[in-house]
Each structure stands twice: as C-alpha cells, then as structure tokens.
Design a protein around this ligand. Structure first.
Ligand code: TA6
Length: 303
C-alpha cells in the first residue's frame, strides 16, 4: 500500500473524532472509526466491517483471533458482504462461494458525521475485468455503514443493464456471544428453513434456536427482527432488517471450525452467524434501472 493512497484517503475522508485510515494487518487499508457512541473498523477490501463495539458494551461483532489478513482472502469474522450470489454459484462451481464482493477492493465514496454523533461511511465496489467476467450485468454495489450506538448496514444494488437480473445477497455477520451454550435466537419460530446439515431438507422452526452441534440453516420468509438472547452477557442483540426475507443461522461447531483453520481452539463457542439475506427461494429480481436496498441494523438491549 503506497503512503499516497493513505494520505489521499486521510486528506479527503478523515474526520477528526470520527474516522481515519490506517494500514492494518496484511497491508489491508482499514477505516478506523471512534466516536462518542461506539468504535468500529472496516477493511476497504470487501468493505468488510471487522469490529463494532458500542460504548460500555462487549464487542457486538466477533473477529477471529486467528483470522488471516491477505489481499483477495475473506476475513474470518466481522460482516462479510456476500454478493451478487449467496453460497455456491448457481451454474459455475469454479466461481467463489458467496460471490466475489468480499474479496475485492471497494472505494470510499463519502464519509460524514451526523448531528447525533454517528459516523457514516459509503463504499462503492470497484468493477474490473475479473468481476465483469463473473457477473456480466451492468450494475453497481454500494455499502453505507452508520456507526453509532447501533450499527446500520445498507447494501444497495443498482441495475444499469437493459434486463432484469437475479440477485442473491447476505450480510454474513458473525456475532460475539458469551458462550454458545448460554445463548438462543428468537424471532424464527414457525419459519420454514432449509437445513444444510441435513441435505437441505425443509423443516419448520419450533421455538427459539439453540445450538449444540453444527447448525447451517437458511430460514425463509422471516417476518421480523431476530434477537440473540445472551444470558452470559446479560444482553440481547436485536437484528432488524429491511428488504430481506431470509435469515441464515450458522455455527460450524468443533470439527468444521478446526478444518477451516482460522477459528482457533474452541473459537466457534464465542460466535454465531445470524445473516440478513435474500437467498435460495428468496433471491430478488432487480429490474432495469432499479436500486434494491437491503438493510440490517444491530442494537443492544439489556436483558
Ligand atoms: O452462511 C453459512 C455458510 O454458507 C456455511 O455453509 C459456511 O460455508 C459459511 O457460510 C462460511 O463460508 P466461508 O466461505 O466464509 O468459509
């Protein structure tokens, strides 16, 4: 990373008492946010929110202590942007799982401080021959992140092509929990889900979700907010969404986490993914000229 890029970023987008840009692990450029409400950090690669911690709270987002930071490699933890497809590509297995957005560079388009003391950052995905070869639709993606006592993430997809296209997307967020045994997830009762651990069989959720083994589920047509109820930390994390009908719940459990190699010993016990998404039968068709905006907002409540 040449110093000019950092100098340029800080000259044009740094805001005192809000945001500055630094070179982080693996040479990744990081937006470091610290305001009166919270702190956060976002890698320009993938517009990848790595950390979020409201003042006086435990971190809300989990980042593996064994995450690998390198150009083109997804970071284990944080809030990876899965776009423009979720999971394996529908027809080409050689393409990256969860799309390419999380491993390519995004550019800073705007930073601003709000009257309420929040920090807003807007990023744009940088297209190139490689991305266009994977996604042959004239389109653009922007991520707008608002860091305050709550964290608001808006993923906007604009269709600049003359034909509609089908979009799969997820904010694949890893949440920091006290321990997986002391946590349950409410808001999914009665929802259908595809159970990826059981051959994508279709099932119906009974009551809250507890995790005692590998869980990998895509909940369909979810009506409202989800809550991570964490007895250990005595808090609830509210996951509110707009224009998203799927929720993915994932914990790899011991064997798969060990195989992945970047969770660390028992790292899976301190995290759970609750992903705001439009996936599988909930994928969306974006019409020509339309901008589709999926939003997730994370806030903390005392139990
Ligand atoms: O969202 C859950 C999931 O699709 C799991 O099946 C697992 O593959 C996870 O995403 C992590 O994927 P990654 O490519 O980040 O290792």
């Amino acid at each position: 990373m040449s110093s000019q890029d950092l100098n340029h970023l800080n000259q044009h987008f740094a805001i005192a008492s809000h945001v500055r840009f630094i070179e982080g692990p693996g040479g990744l450029v990081i937006a470091e946010i610290a305001n009166t409400e919270a702190s956060a950090s976002i890698a320009l690669q993938g517009a990848h929110i790595m950390t979020f911690q409201p003042k006086g709270q435990e971190p809300v987002i989990w980042l593996s202590k064994f995450a690998k930071f390198a150009a083109g490699k997804s970071i284990r933890g944080g809030a990876p942007v899965c776009w423009p497809w979720f999971g394996p590509h529908a027809t080409d297995a050689s393409l990256p799982g969860h799309g390419y957005a999380r491993t390519v560079m995004w550019q800073v388009l705007e930073t601003r401080a709000t009257a309420d003391g929040e920090t807003v950052l807007r990023f744009g995905l940088i297209d190139n021959d490689s991305t266009r070869a994977q996604w042959p639709h004239a389109s653009s993606a922007e991520l707008t992140v608002t860091v305050g006592a709550a964290l608001r993430i808006e993923l906007a997809t604009r269709n600049d092509s003359p034909a509609g296209f089908v979009l799969g997307e997820a904010l694949h967020t890893y949440f920091h929990i006290s321990d997986v045994a002391d946590m349950k997830i409410s808001g999914l009762d009665g929802c259908d889900f595809l159970d990826k651990v059981d051959g994508f069989s279709r099932k119906k959720q009974q009551g809250p979700v507890s995790i005692e083994s590998e869980v990998d589920r895509v909940y369909i047509n979810v009506p409202g907010d989800c809550l991570i109820e964490d007895q250990g930390f005595g808090r609830r994390i509210r996951i509110a969404s707009e224009n998203a009908r799927s929720v993915v719940v994932w914990n790899p459990w011991t064997e798969k986490a060990d195989k992945m190699g970047d969770f660390g010993p028992n790292g899976h016990r301190g995290m759970v993914c609750v992903e705001t998404a439009n996936a599988l039968e909930n994928v969306v068709t974006v019409a020509p000229g339309e901008t589709h905006r999926m939003v997730a907002t994370y806030s903390v409540e005392k139990m």
